[in-house]
Ligand binder design. Structure first.
Ligand code: PGA
Length: 250
């Protein structure tokens, strides 16, 4: 990855094989050289998306992985398997997994350790709930998640952080530019304490949560925002292309 902003499409539990092929073809036919683009489809699509992106600069990621490399873990997938199918990224600790699968910071750090040891870049999600925001605990909440979700071995190359306020996901509400800036600063401050100032400045911090074709130019222009993690709008070809075309070179 170079110094372009990073745009990650998190397809969540959506899309058939035919829909995936059509969407990727729409992206590869468009002029989307402005950003580093990563597509994270569901597991059944990884192989077909990998084939469909083969002549493009789009990279492949998954939405989760286990912390073991293999074994008796029914229904799970390992980082080595993701590498095998062509992934170079994996999203970890998304709030939907923290909530629906009771994932803790500690579990996420174990997954991130295994993922990075396998050569994947882990995109680790952090973000405050509505209650935490209302109680003025946003910085405290994201700092704590950064502190305990990152593996000790992290550096600016093997980890990307996505700031995703839980209350902003999938509902067309976004924080103000000041609120995004403040949370990103809290994340970088936490990295500085864990590691050093250079890593804190270098590490990529994305924004996610109702980022769409209408607000992309405003959000992606905020200094310290290194790109976006996009859910709903990443499933709509033209909207996703518009978001990519609103990225800026760092
Ligand atoms: P959204 O999802 O863009 O649909 O809000 C973002 C995410 O959950 O990663």
């Amino acid at each position: 990855m170079d110094n372009k902003q990073i745009i990650v499409g998190n397809w969540k539990m959506n899309s058939s094989i035919d829909e995936a092929k059509a969407l990727i073809n729409e992206l590869t036919n468009a002029n989307i050289g402005m950003a580093d683009v990563i597509i994270c489809p569901s597991y059944h699509l990884l192989n077909i998306v990998n084939e469909t992106i083969s002549n493009s600069n789009i990279k492949l990621g998954a939405q989760d992985c286990h912390y073991e490399l293999k074994g008796a873990y029914t229904g799970d997938i390992s980082p080595e398997m993701l590498k095998d199918v062509g992934c170079s990224y994996v999203i970890l600790g998304h709030s939907e997994r923290r909530k629906n699968h009771f994932e803790t910071n500690y579990l996420i750090s174990k997954k991130a350790k295994a993922a990075t040891a396998s050569g994947l870049t882990a995109i680790i999600c952090v973000g405050e709930t509505k209650t935490e925001r209302d109680e003025g605990k946003t910085s405290e909440s994201v700092s704590k998640q950064v502190k305990f979700s990152l593996p000790k071995e992290f550096n600016a190359e093997n980890i990307i952080i996505a700031y995703e306020p839980v209350w902003a996901i999938g509902n067309n509400v976004t924080p103000s530019e000041e609120q995004i800036d403040e949370a990103h600063k809290a994340i970088r401050d936490a990295i500085k304490i864990l590691k050093d100032e250079e890593t804190a400045n270098k590490i990529k911090v994305l924004y996610g949560g109702s980022l769409n074709a209408d607000n992309a130019s405003k959000i992606l222009a905020i200094s310290g925002v290194d790109g976006g993690l996009i859910g709903g709008a990443s499933l709509k070809g033209q909207d996703f292309i518009t978001i990519i075309n609103n990225t800026k070179k760092q």
